[in-house]
Design a protein around this ligand. Structure first.
Ligand code: PA5
Length: 435
């Protein structure tokens, strides 16, 4: 399998070899801190060796449950927020066909997949309940703490719906809970109601949990080959083990980010040229935002979908404040043959494109964009993934999680906690009169 490659050509005018070399010792320290569990937040680094020590038995249980769900379900609802939703959503958007939910022919035997509990819109939930009436339903409620308000309130409504529709006993068979091994309200509820449960490992935080049942069960239900995801993550694990900066593209990426940040580039845009990667960007935003944004520090992670956003944010990137750098995800193989046909009248003036595929046009858009942004003073890196498939999803997930851990250590923060998330909750609970 080809590796994911990092091209730093567009950083040359911003970062010198000396800048990079100066970080070598810090990167190696970060590497050893991560692998020897001697760094900040070391009780949450279970994801580091997860691909190497992969729990195959649990994956088989995930696949078995997914098969059962696929057999008796038309509509599958995943209720969770943050790390308990974004990984699965990113994988499903990236690896299932476009229009998956819209067409039975496209979906085949897999159920439609909807998400809930990732915001507090009552309207959304009300309308979702109407959709649920259109077929047989199963639910996966995911919450590591088991106490997060958004999924908890959505689940209370969904549980009522299921019990009213199927009766308590059958409803319980159609609900799967993914939560902590022993603590939390959800664990208690699941035990009491007799739901099948999956465990979020103690030493893996939400945003690092994609390779656990948190991400794997919803993806398996959607028909994604989760074994391939594991293979990709395993290869990423072994190919990104080298402590030396120059031999490890993942560490190089972390080092470049850190240097750019110290040179005043406070915003990173993860840009993609393929709409299948839109939610991968959302997952990335949470991963880096929650991991690095603390103690008054941190790169602000943003994500843009090109070429769409060139017609909205393109102006700002080209000529706005110069505090941005870009990381562009480039896909090697577009896998579509659709091309521009000749039109004798040529009223739209597009005959210069005759014979070109959309992939070829998109590729030129990518090159043109990078050149323009470079000329406009935006340093950029290109990460090329050979193709979009389950293997490279697993590879990329591990690549970015490791890059994030190393980046957090280079910044001097604990990349595995999120104390700031509590602030809004405290206020909301007070305003809602929680005792
Ligand atoms: O990364 C994290 O830890 C958070 O984003 C959590 O995943 C998110 O807050 C949801 O938490 P929980 O799974 O406990 O409901």
């Amino acid at each position: 399998m080809k590796k994911i490659e990092l091209d730093a050509g567009y950083l040359k005018s911003t970062i010198s070899k000396e800048d990079l070399a100066a970080l070598e010792d810090q990167v190696q320290k970060a590497h050893y801190d991560l692998h020897n569990e001697t760094g900040k937040g070391n009780d949450f680094v279970g994801w580091v060796n997860q691909p190497r020590d992969f729990d195959q038995e649990e994956l088989e249980k995930v696949e078995k449950t997914a098969k059962k769900i696929r057999e008796n379900t038309d509509i599958f609802v995943v209720a969770g927020i943050g790390g308990s939703y974004l990984g699965a959503k990113a994988g499903i958007e990236m690896l299932t066909p476009f229009f998956y939910n819209d067409s039975k022919e496209i979906r085949g035997k897999a159920p439609k997949v909807y998400f809930a509990g990732h915001h507090l819109s009552g309207r959304y939930l009300e309308e979702l309940l109407k959709v649920l009436d259109e077929g047989e339903v199963s639910i996966n409620i995911i919450s590591k703490s088991g106490t997060t308000t958004e999924p908890a309130v959505a689940f209370r409504v969904l549980k009522d719906y299921m019990e009213n529709r199927y009766g308590k006993k059958e409803a319980a068979k159609r609900i799967v809970a993914t939560t902590d091994r022993e603590k939390g309200a959800l664990k208690e509820l699941a035990d009491k109601e007799g739901y099948e449960t999956f465990i979020v490992p103690d030493d893996i935080g939400g945003r690092y949990s994609v390779l656990s049942p948190v991400g794997m069960l919803p993806m398996a239900v959607a028909g994604i080959n989760v074994e391939e995801i594991v293979k990709g993550a395993k290869d990423a694990y072994s190919q990104l083990l080298e402590p030396e900066l120059k031999k490890n593209p993942c560490y190089e990426y972390s080092a470049y980010r850190n240097i750019l940040y110290r040179k005043g580039k406070k915003i990173e845009i993860l840009g993609n040229f393929d709409p299948r990667l839109t939610f991968f960007g959302e997952w990335f935003k949470q991963l880096f935002g929650e991991s690095e944004g603390k103690e008054g520090k941190g790169i602000f992670p943003a994500t843009l979908n090109f070429t769409t956003d060139l017609h909205s944010m393109g102006q700002y990137i080209q000529e706005g404040e110069r505090t941005i750098f870009e990381t562009v995800l480039k896909v090697g193989d577009e896998e579509s043959e659709i091309s521009i046909e000749k039109d004798h009248k040529n009223l739209d003036g597009l005959n210069y494109l005759v014979g070109k595929t959309f992939g070829e046009i998109n590729e030129k858009a990518l090159q043109g964009t990078l050149e323009a942004h470079h000329d406009g003073g935006i340093p950029a890196m290109i990460l090329t993934l050979p193709k979009i498939d389950a293997y490279y999803f697993g590879y990329m997930v591990y690549f970015f999680m490791k890059a994030c851990g190393i980046s957090g250590y280079l910044l001097g923060v604990n990349p595995f906690d999120q104390p700031g998330v509590e602030a809004y909750k405290k206020n909301m609970f007070r305003l809602l009169g929680k005792e």
